[in-house]
Ligand binder design. Structure first.
Ligand SMILES: NC(=O)C1=CN([C@@H]2O[C@H](COP(=O)(O)OP(=O)(O)OC[C@H]3O[C@@H](n4cnc5c(N)ncnc54)[C@H](OP(=O)(O)O)[C@@H]3O)[C@@H](O)[C@H]2O)[C@@H](O)CC1
Ligand SMILES: Nc1ncnc2c1ncn2[C@@H]1O[C@H](COP(=O)(O)OP(=O)(O)O)[C@@H](O)[C@H]1O
Ligand SMILES: [K+]
Length: 474
C-alpha cells in the first residue's frame, strides 16, 4: 500500500524519530536520497549544471546538502538564496566547502539559462500554499527556459494536505519525497504538479499513524480480487443486475454490461427498455435480460433524464442490496442513503450534486468528495486522472493506474460495470471502487500502449489486467 500522511502526522512522527537519533541525521538521510535521485535522473553528475533554489527553511537545507554531495561528485552547483540572511547555515557551509557557488541577484537569469537541472528547495511541508514574489519570479524564469525540476519533498506552492494548487506553484518533473507520501502528491491537481514521485526512506515508518490517504498497489489489489473456488458456480460467484441505458443512450447499456462481464461475478442480468435490451442481447449472448435475483445493482449510466427513471433508481436503492449509482442515476439520489452504496460521479456530476460550479470541484477534489460522502452517507468515487474513493467515515483512497487515453467516451460506463461486478462478488464499496478503478486504469494502459483506445478496448482488456495482478500474488 502506498500511504500518505498529513503534515501534522508527519511532524509528530519526525519528532518521535528525531528524539532517538543524533541531530542532523534525518536531514542527512533526506539529502543523500535526494542527491542519488538527482544523479539517477541526470544519468551521471560529472560536468552537469545544477541550480538550487533555496528558501529559508529546512527544505532549503535539504537541497543545499544534496547540492554539496553532487558538487563533490563533479557537478557544477549554483545556489539562488531567496532570503540570504536566513538560508540554512549548515547546508550553505557544506555547499561552499564542496565548491558550490551562491548566485548574485543580478546573475540569476544567467544561472537559470545554464542549468541542466533545478532543485526546488523553496518550501516543503512548512510552506503556505502559493509562492512569495521573489520565489515566483525565479520559478517563472525556470519555466521560461524549460529546465527540468526536481522538487524537494513537495513541489513548492502546492497545498500539501489537499493537493490544491493556488497559483503560483512549482511544476516538477520528479518529486523526491521523504519518509511518507504527502496527500498533495497523490491528489490532483497537486499530483500533476509533482510529476513522478520518488520516496526516500528516512526510517519514519514505525512512527507513522494510520494514513490519511492510501493508494492500492498490485499486491493489495491481488489480495482483494475475488476468484472462484473449486466448487463455485455462477450464483455463488455473485449475480449483478445492470439497469443502464435508455432509448436515447443505447451504447451505455452495452458498455456497462461489457465492463460487468469482464469482472469476477458469475452472471449479469440486464434490466432496461426494449431497444438497448436488444442490443445488449445481440452483443452479449451470455446476459440474461429481465428481473431476477441479484447480489448487487449498477444503475444510472446513460439512463437519460426522463422523470420516470427516478422510480427505477429509488427501487434499486430501496432493495437493501449493494448499489452503484452512476451518471444520470445520480440526479435521483436525493436524501441520505442507507446500506452499501457507491456513487461514481465525474467532476461535472459531483458539482451538480453539490450545487457548485465544476471548477469548484476541480480545484477542491478531495474536499468535495469527502463532503458528498458525508452528505449522502455513501462511498463516493470521484473520477478523473487521479480517481478518489472516499467513505462517509473519511477513509480515502486514490487510484494511480491509467493513462489520459482512458478519458474516452463510454469509459465511465465500463468502469461502473467493473465496480458493480466486484460489489456483486462481495467487495465493500470502498474496495469495489478502488480495485475497480485500478483494474480499469491498468486495462486502459495495456490496451492503449501509447495510442488511442475506445471504451470497449478497456472492457476487453480487463481480464488480462486481472491475470497479471493475480500473477503478482503467486
Ligand atoms: N522535520 C524533519 O525532521 C525533517 C524535515 N525535512 C525537510 O524539512 C522540510 C520542512 O522544513 P521547515 O519546517 O523548516 O519548513 P519549510 O518547508 O522549509 O518552509 C518554511 C520556510 O518557508 C517560508 N515560506 C513559507 N511559505 C512560503 C511561501 N508560500 N513562499 C515562500 N516562502 C515560504 C517560511 O518563511 P517565514 O514564513 O518564516 O518567513 C519558512 O522559512 C521538509 O519539507 C523536508 O524537506 C527533511 O530534512 C527530513 C527531516
Ligand atoms: N486524464 C485521465 N487520465 C486517466 N484516466 C482518466 C483521465 N480522464 C478521465 N479518465 C477516466 O476515464 C473515465 C471517464 O469516465 P466518464 O467521465 O464517466 O466518461 P463517460 O461518461 O464518457 O463514460 C473515468 O474512469 C476517469 O477516471
Ligand atoms: K520544495
Amino acid at each position: 500500500m502506498r500511504t500518505a500522511h498529513t503534515v501534522t502526522q508527519i511532524r509528530a512522527a519526525e519528532a518521535a524519530l528525531m528524539a532517538t537519533l543524533p541531530e542532523g541525521t534525518l536531514m542527512e538521510r533526506a539529502a543523500t536520497g535526494l542527491a542519488v535521485a538527482c544523479a539517477d535522473y541526470l544519468g551521471g553528475t560529472y560536468g552537469a549544471g545544477i541550480l538550487i533554489i533555496a528558501g529559508s527553511g529546512d527544505n532549503g537545507g535539504d537541497a543545499l546538502y544534496a547540492g554539496a554531495r553532487l558538487a563533490r561528485r563533479g557537478a557544477r552547483v549554483d545556489a539562488i538564496l531567496l532570503d540570504p540572511a536566513r538560508a540554512h547555515a549548515g547546508g550553505l557551509a557544506a555547499l561552499r566547502d564542496a565548491g558550490g557557488q551562491v548566485v548574485p541577484e543580478k546573475s540569476r537569469a544567467d544561472a537559470v539559462a545554464r542549468a541542466d537541472l533545478v532543485l526546488d528547495g523553496i518550501v516543503g511541508i512548512g510552506g503556505k500554499p502559493g509562492l512569495r514574489p521573489a520565489a515566483a519570479e525565479v520559478v517563472a524564469l525556470v519555466e521560461r527556459h524549460g529546465v527540468p525540476v526536481v522538487a524537494v519533498d513537495v513541489p513548492s506552492g502546492i497545498d500539501v494536505d489537499t493537493g490544491e494548487t493556488p497559483e503560483p506553484h512549482v511544476r516538477a518533473t520528479v518529486t523526491v519525497t521523504f519518509g511518507t507520501h504527502k496527500i498533495g502528491l497523490l491528489v490532483d491537481p497537486g499530483a500533476t504538479a509533482a510529476g513522478a514521485v520518488h520516496l526516500v526512506d528516512i526510517g519514519l515508518s514505525p512512527y507513522l499513524p494510520e494514513p490519511a490517504l492510501s493508494a492500492l498497489q498490485a499486491e493489495d489489489v491481488a489480495e482483494r480480487l475475488p476468484a472462484p473456488e473449486r466448487t463455485s458456480q455462477k450464483y455463488s460467484r455473485g449475480v449483478l443486475g445492470v439497469m443502464a441505458g435508455s432509448t436515447q443512450y443505447t451504447g451505455a447499456a452495452v458498455l456497462a454490461v461489457g465492463g460487468a462481464l469482464a469482472g469476477p461475478a458469475g452472471m449479469v442480468r440486464y434490466v432496461g427498455p426494449e431497444q438497448p435490451a436488444n442490443f445488449v442481447r445481440a452483443r452479449w449472448p451470455e446476459v440474461v435480460v429481465g428481473e431476477g435475483r441479484v447480489q448487487a445493482w449498477v444503475v444510472g449510466s446513460g439512463l437519460g433524464t426522463e422523470p420516470h427513471r427516478a422510480e427505477d433508481v429509488s427501487r434499486v436503492l430501496g432493495s437493501g442490496l449493494p448499489v452503484l449509482v452512476d451518471a444520470d442515476g445520480l440526479r435521483h439520489v436525493l436524501g441520505r442513503l442507507e446500506g452499501q452504496v457507491l456513487l461514481t460521479p465525474h467532476e461535472g456530476e459531483l458539482a451538480r450534486m453539490l450545487d457548485v460550479e465544476r471548477e469548484e470541484v476541480a480545484t477542491h477534489r478531495l474536499r468535495s468528495a469527502r463532503e458528498a460522502a458525508r452528505r449522502w452517507n455513501a462511498t463516493v468515487l470521484l473520477k478523473g486522472a487521479t480517481t478518489l474513493v472516499v467513505t462517509p467515515e473519511g477513509e480515502a483512497r486514490v487510484n494511480t493506474t491509467g493513462t489520459p487515453w482512458v478519458g474516452t467516451a463510454g469509459s465511465g460506463d465500463v468502469l461502473s460495470g467493473i465496480c458493480g461486478s466486484l460489489l456483486a462478488a462481495g467487495l465493500s464499496p470502498l474496495d469495489a471502487g478502488s480495485v475497480g478503478s485500478y483494474l480499469h486504469g491498468m486495462a486502459g494502459v495495456l490496451a492503449s500502449r501509447g495510442g488511442p483506445i475506445a471504451a470497449e478496448d478497456i472492457a476487453r482488456t480487463v481480464p488480462e489486467a486481472y491475470r497479471r495482478i493475480r500473477a503478482v500474488a503467486t
